[in-house]
Design a protein around this ligand. Structure first.
Ligand code: CA
Length: 465
């Protein structure tokens, strides 16, 4: 069998609950749903650190952030690290990346392992963006999501047809500031988008970190809202107005991704490449879509922790299949390598989920995952440093509340606090049951498990944690 092509589409901040195939109540995504219908939907794909730069480094290297050094937004990736594109390139794959990079710029941080690349500087722009390329800066007129797709299809047209390709189409969208293109600018006008179940969360039964986070609707700024708040609204009316303003732009930007994914899928069909190409759609982390009254991410709560993951590969994957086993962002690199028939280096910490794609569950497959957010009191949203463990049933979070001198983390520290959630009885994580009767044994077990996972991946608990 010929080596498969890899077409890896990653968006930025696209939460699963804004994808039709995941049961979205607020939008439709017919093209993304095509990947799910013709492939596999993963219902328990998690990031190990819910923020752009660190999650991208984990995806590329297959290692945790304390190992690859990319713990925060202020720690660019050392491009001397081993990444899956480098290994695929060395094994004869044609490789390219277009779109979001966000791992730093300059000779130590520019993309490496790619035959061709054009990436947005840092966050990049939605309209008439400039791109950083090996030949310098170029400005391209148009809309970022369309342009990134155009560049990708152009590269595919020019590729050597005798060798397999690995192409990364990494969209800026739907990252803040959610600027739609003209085609979708009036989508949802006059409609009311339902507020999520936890929209009016008052954080009563939770740790201090949830109460002090600055990512509520009232924290959206003028650039986010793009128009003045109407006069005469009560506080609650304004909160609801801000949600409509925010979520409609977010979904408009998503709609453009969906259209452009359709263009790529059509191109594969037209060139008879669908059978031999692994198509992957994911996002670097999840996002709060008004859940808990928030936008943004960073927390270990479900909406932010979960990554959408849709994989189509007709030679291996049963159409319309669903996988509820846990897979992590560190598992992507070893999976891509294994499917390409390339040996996975022993330093890679993630595990290939190639067998899950073929419908087999290895006996020793992971039943728990480790998470860590390092940017204590980050400058944008004041989320506090935490780590934790999630099993299929429970989640234990330790807010250790200490910057530990990390770049992008700020003082002062605060006493640690713990949260325990039963995800079966409380899927929206509204009630921290850490101190409730009958939970002592569960907490003990989870603390041991947390320590074991930290040991296994080489991270260190805080003193007493
Ligand atoms: Ca992101």
């Amino acid at each position: 069998m010929a080596r498969p092509n890899l077409l890896f589409i990653m968006s930025d901040d696209h939460a699963s609950h804004a994808i039709g195939a995941y049961g979205s109540r607020i939008n439709t995504t017919p093209q993304l749903d095509r990947i799910a219908r013709e492939g596999m939907r993963f219902d328990a794909c998690f990031c190990t650190n819910s923020i752009c730069t660190p999650s991208r480094a984990a995806v590329l290297t297959g290692t945790y952030n304390h190992v690859n050094g990319v713990t925060t937004l202020d720690t660019p990736m050392d491009n001397g690290l081993v990444t899956y594109p480098k290994l695929m390139q060395a094994a004869g794959y044609q490789t390219a990346i277009f779109g979001k990079w966000h791992l730093g710029h300059g000779s130590d941080h520019d993309p490496t392992g790619f035959d061709e690349w054009a990436v947005l500087p840092d966050q990049g722009l939605y309209h008439d963006p400039d791109f950083h390329t090996p030949a310098g800066r170029i400005v391209v007129e148009g809309y970022a999501t369309d342009i990134i797709t155009d560049m990708s299809l152009d590269w595919l047209e020019r590729r050597d047809r005798e060798r397999p390709f690995a192409l990364m189409i990494h969209h800026k969208a739907p990252h803040r500031p959610w600027e739609p293109d003209t085609a979708h600018a009036t989508m949802f006008d006059g409609e009311h988008i339902p507020e999520p179940e936890t929209f009016w969360d008052d954080y009563e039964h939770r740790a201090t970190a949830a109460r002090v986070a600055e990512m509520r609707m009232m924290d959206l700024n003028e650039a986010d809202l793009k128009e003045p708040v109407p006069a005469g609204l009560s506080h609650d009316e304004e909160v609801s107005w801000r949600y409509q303003r925010y979520i409609k732009d977010y979904l408009r930007v998503v709609a453009s991704i969906d259209d452009n994914v359709g263009r790529v899928l059509d191109w594969l069909d037209e060139h008879d490449l669908a059978a031999d190409t692994i198509v992957v759609y994911t996002s670097d982390q999840g996002f709060f879509l008004g859940d808990h009254g928030w936008f943004d991410k960073r927390f270990m709560y479900e909406e932010s922790l979960s990554m959408p993951l849709l994989v189509r590969y007709p030679r291996l994957v049963e159409p319309g299949s669903v996988c509820s086993e846990m897979v992590l962002n560190v598992d992507f690199a070893p999976t891509f390598l294994e499917l390409a028939g390339i040996d996975v280096p022993s330093h890679i910490q993630g595990a290939s989920f190639g067998s899950l794609l073929s419908g087999e569950i290895p006996d020793d497959w992971q039943q728990a995952m480790y998470y860590r957010y390092w940017m204590h009191q980050d400058r944008d949203h004041n989320v506090w440093a935490h780590y934790g463990v999630r099993t299929h049933r429970h989640k234990l979070i330790c807010y250790y509340n200490d910057p530990l001198g990390k770049p992008g983390a700020r003082g002062p520290s605060a006493p640690p606090e713990w949260e325990l959630f039963d995800l079966e009885s409380d899927p929206f994580e509204m009630r921290n049951i850490i101190g409730e009767p009958g939970q002592k044994e569960v907490v003990q077990e989870l603390r041991l498990l947390l320590r074991r996972l930290q040991d296994a991946c080489g991270d260190e608990p805080i003193p007493g944690g």
